[in-house]
Structures are given as C-alpha cells and as structure tokens.
Design a protein around this ligand. Structure first.
Ligand SMILES: [Zn+2]
Length: 416
C-alpha cells in the first residue's frame, strides 16, 4: 500500500516564504516582497517567475509609472485546494480550502461512536469525494487531505494510538487507509496543532513568533508555534496542555492523573458540576430540564442563570490558569482560543483567560500577552488540517519538516 504522506509540488523554503508574502500581502509587488522577506531582488524575481509559470500566482495591472517589479501580485485561489477533516467521537467536519486560505465549502456529518475505526474512515473517504464534487474542485489540483484528531498519535506515520477521546481507536493506520480510499496523500495531526497551523496559514496570530492555540473540544489541547515554527516534540505529541496538573488532589482524569486542566475545565466537567449543584438543591433555570449538555449550560449562563454562569466562568478561569503555565514556561506573546464547542461563550472564555493571564503571569510588567479568539472559529481544527497540507507543500520547514524528510517524498499525482 502506498504511504500516505507524499505531497506533490513540494518546493524549496524560499518559494514558501514568497508565496506566503503574496498570499497575505494582497497585491504586493516584487519590490515589496524583497523588502519584507529579506530576499534579494533577483531571487524574488526568479521565484515569482516560477510561480507565474505554475499558475499559482497572477499579475495585476502594471502601475502607470512603474516597471515590472512594481506590478501587484496575488495568488490564483483556484489553482490548488486541500481538504481538511476533523474526526471527533460523534461528528466529523470537512472543509475544502483554496490556495488563498478561504473555505470554499464546509460540511458536518454525524459519526456513529459504535462504528469501528475503519468503518468511520471509509465513511470519511466517501464524504471527501462528495464534498470535492460539490465544491467543483478540479481533482488534479487537490494537494491532499489533512486530518485532525485527538492524540496521542504519530504525525510522521499517521497512526493513531488509543486517544482517550476517541475510544476504540487502537493503533489505527489512519493516513494509510484514508489515502488508499481517497487516492490522495494524507497527513494526520493532533487537532490543537492543526488549529495552530490553520491560524498562521489564514493570517491570524500576525506578528507573533511565539504563540499557543488553546483548543477546546471534547478534550483540551494546545498547538505551539515557537520561534515561528511548529513545535512537535520527540514523538510529535507536544501540547498535551489538557493534562497539566492544576490541583494534585483534584478530580480523577481519564489519563490516570488527578486535577488536570481537562479534568477541571472540559465541557463535560462543567455540565456535571452544574448537575451536582442542582441535585444539592441550588436554584437554576436548568433545574426543570430532564437533560442538558454544554450548549444548554452556556445558553443559561448567557441568559443570566447564576449557577450556570458561575461554573462556566470558573472553568474558563481555571483554563486561563493553565494558560499562565504555558506563557511562563515558553515566554509566549499570544494565546489564541478556539474549538468547536465554545460557540456563544467563546468571548466569555476569552475574557476569563485574559484575566487569569493578566493577574498571574510572571513577567506581566515586561510585556502584555494578548488573548484572542481564533479567526477560523468553530472549524479551526478542520481548517487547520487543510492548512497543514498547504503548509507542508509550500512552507515545509515551518510545518516541522526538514529537507531530509522532504527528499524522501515521492511526488505523486492523485488518482482521478
Ligand atoms: Zn489528565
């Protein structure tokens, strides 16, 4: 079976840098690219010529008083696309991203938690085909499929190792199977890391060389960009932020420890805390309801329910205390917050995390750490997974791949 990590059209690092300058610059000229990137005029000129030949970039009108070096350049959005998939225990999100970083199409479909992993992967493969048809994507221009899912996993081989938040997925060769069934190269990554890459690709986290993407889903994780590069760690499982200990005597966590960020702040834990207090007789708008989940608790909190508001704010503030550890340890400039479940309470979470970071960060007198919401919103991980494909194809070193890794990749065209 073919290995699932081959990406076509991989080029050198400088090409990635120039393409990014054009993509995010909106009508930037060769002269401006040279000054922004520090590359020589000749290098920029050569790379732009190559990008024009490949159809990745288009030229605008030559300015009245300028030469070729002042002609505005922009990416040809339709020239390439990538698919991003986020697999969660009960739902799969799929997006198609164009070369400009815009979401062309998004779709969500229910995943049956009773289904075996290979059945889920087969269903995902069918959905990917259907979504590409609906988006009208030229199959030959699809770079590949990126998949974001809960860890632990091996990003290099695309094998998933028994994630607590994906029960039954024990040593599943996800990349290999999905590549076989879709005909495209497949890259697999941790959902939080994918979300961090997506933020950078879509032009968020601007000016921040060191930032964490705090991802709140069924579980909680953090994707890390350090010195402008994705940080993956020894086994590509860095960023298990959800299992930082906040309270060593706190509630048991499914990882085997106690008082982890996830055990104290996950959406499931907020719901059970509300349930416990209502059972103890405290008043709440939710007391009359037979069943409610995190979305209902959030609605109640925003509607002025004191008990629900109390628990949501407490979880968000504790999450912020975990973020303080990240900021202190890594000297971060920025914390980006995102994830599917946050929905309407995203801003409330952001404010509480900001408060914790302002109150508790060690070097707060030296610099202000910004806390912002993700530009990609609820689809951050799926958009991130698609961005991962783009990022690996056009900015390989930032994606955490060195030239040695890339030289082993055999460019393959997807089967149409
Ligand atoms: Zn834990």
């Amino acid at each position: 079976m073919r290995r699932g990590t081959n990406l076509p059209w991989v080029r050198d690092y400088n090409q990635g840098v120039v393409l990014e300058a054009i993509r995010l610059g909106g009508g930037v000229s060769r002269v401006e690219i040279a000054s922004k990137t520090g590359l020589t005029a000749q290098t920029v000129s050569n790379i732009v010529r190559r990008l024009l030949t490949e159809g990745l970039v288009v030229e605008g009108e030559r300015p009245f008083d300028g030469g070729q070096r002042r002609v505005p350049l922009s990416v040809n959005r339709e020239a390439r696309s990538a698919v991003g998939v986020q697999i969660d225990v009960d739902e799969t999100s799929i997006v198609v991203l164009d070369l400009g970083g815009h979401v062309v199409l998004r779709r969500r479909c229910a995943t049956d938690p009773e289904h075996r992993p290979l059945e889920v992967i087969r269903q995902v493969a069918e959905e990917v085909g259907a979504v590409l048809d609906e988006a009208g994507a030229e199959r030959g221009n699809v770079l590949g499929v990126g998949v974001a899912c809960p860890g632990p996993l091996d990003h290099r081989t695309g094998v998933v190792f028994r994630p607590p938040n994906l029960p039954g997925w024990d040593r599943v060769h996800l990349a290999e199977a999905l590549s076989e069934w879709t005909g495209y190269p497949v890259i697999v990554d941790n959902d939080a890391t994918a979300a961090a890459i997506g933020e950078r690709w879509s032009g968020g986290a601007r000016g921040a060389r060191n930032f964490a993407f705090v991802y709140v889903g069924v579980g909680i994780g953090a994707g890390l960009f350090l010195e402008d590069h994705v940080f993956r760690g020894a086994t590509t499982n860095a960023g298990e932020f959800g299992h930082i200990t906040l309270d060593p005597e706190g509630p048991a966590c499914h990882c085997g420890s106690r008082g982890c960020v996830e055990a104290l702040c996950s959406p499931g834990r907020v719901v059970s805390a509300v349930e416990r207090r209502i059972r103890a007789g405290e008043p709440s708008l939710l007391a009359s309801r037979a069943e409610y989940g995190f979305a209902e608790v959030c609605r109640a909190a925003l509607g002025g329910d004191a008990l629900a508001g109390d628990e949501v704010r407490r979880a968000a503030y504790h999450l912020g205390c975990g973020a303080v550890s990240l900021v202190n340890l890594l000297d971060l400039e920025l914390v980006v917050l995102g994830g599917k479940v946050l929905g309407t309470v995203a801003e409330l979470y952001r404010r509480e995390i900001e408060r914790a970071v302002e109150e508790r960060t060690m070097a707060s007198g030296l610099r202000r750490v910004r806390v912002v919401l993700s530009q990609a919103g609820e689809d951050a991980a799926a958009v991130g997974a698609a961005s991962l494909v783009m990022h690996t194809a056009f900015a390989p070193r930032q994606a955490g791949l060195e030239r040695a890794d890339l030289s082993q990749l055999t460019p393959v065209g997807p089967s149409v």
